[in-house]
Design a protein around this ligand. Structure first.
Ligand code: ADP
Ligand code: MG
Length: 246
């Protein structure tokens, strides 16, 4: 589903952010990427959906090489991939329903988007997506009035509306209290299982990574130090990723 082969990337000359990264994420898999701040987790996520193109190596989504396809094709591939951010990236002054409807933007003609005149069918689907994340009663609430956990669930509903089959989650619960964090991660997990979604989650939290993912990739200074099923991770492996001086 997602494949990186010998990927090396740098933003500044002679300061590689990711070095010789090769990995494969299978369809329906839930993978956590862990590592200190600055290890390269966000850059790795951006490579998966073509927001960043690597200087060396190849990125393939469903077999298609992102740097070789046309802009139009890249946009089509990106529509299959939803991104969920730590700070939600929602429109605060719009309602939960309107934000979810944004997930259907690409399926609608420009005038419809500009006038906010969505098809009745889309509104129904957006309501269903909100119900799926437990927010049926919040459709008309302004996002600015929602709690952090509710905002992240709106972002997940938007991903469902997008009909994405891959979810890239960049520290999705880092801003949430522990109860809301568990709710959001349980929701992601149940959607992964129910809809066979592929999930890649960046996380600082090794306990959450081990609880919700099937496999953990440890990044340290742009290099994969361990890529293994959760059962093969122990304290010594986590120390390899986080321990010692930088
Ligand atoms: N757009 C950018 N321009 C320049 N440097 C960047 C950019 N994005 C990330 N970096 C640098 O790349 C390194 C890895 O960053 P990042 O991928 O955000 O790591 P993480 O998500 O693990 O904290 C950091 O040193 C960061 O400063
Ligand atoms: Mg990051």
């Amino acid at each position: 589903m997602l494949e990186l082969k010998n990927v090396t990337h740098q933003f500044h000359k002679d300061e590689p952010v990711l070095q010789q990264i090769s990995l494969h994420v299978a369809e329906g898999e839930f993978v956590a990427v862990i590592g200190r701040s600055g290890a390269g987790k966000t850059t790795l996520l951006k490579l998966f959906n073509g927001m960043v193109m690597p200087q060396q190596g190849t990125v393939r989504v469903d077999g298609e090489c992102l740097s070789q396809c046309s802009r139009k094709r890249l946009r089509q591939i990106q529509q299959k991939i939803a991104v969920i951010y730590q700070d939600f990236c929602l429109v605060s002054e719009s309602t939960a329903l309107e934000n979810v409807l944004h997930g259907a933007l690409y399926r609608n003609p420009f005038w419809r988007v500009m006038t906010g005149c969505f098809m009745e069918q889309d509104s129904k689907k957006a309501q269903e997506a909100l119900a799926k994340v437990g927010l049926a009663g919040k459709a008309d609430a302004l996002v600015s009035t929602l709690s952090g956990g509710e905002k992240q669930r709106v972002a997940i509903a938007r991903a469902l509306m997008q009909q994405a089959c891959i979810i890239l989650a960049d520290e999705p619960v880092a801003s949430l209290d522990p109860v809301a964090a568990e709710q959001v991660l349980s929701l992601l997990k149940s959607l992964q299982l129910e809809k066979n979604l592929t999930v890649v989650m960046n996380s600082h939290n090794t306990r959450q990574a081990a609880q919700y993912a099937e496999r953990i990739i440890g990044l340290r200074q742009g290099v994969i130090v361990k890529d293994a099923p959760v059962s093969a991770w122990d304290d010594a492996s986590f120390a390899m990723v986080y321990g010692g001086a930088k």
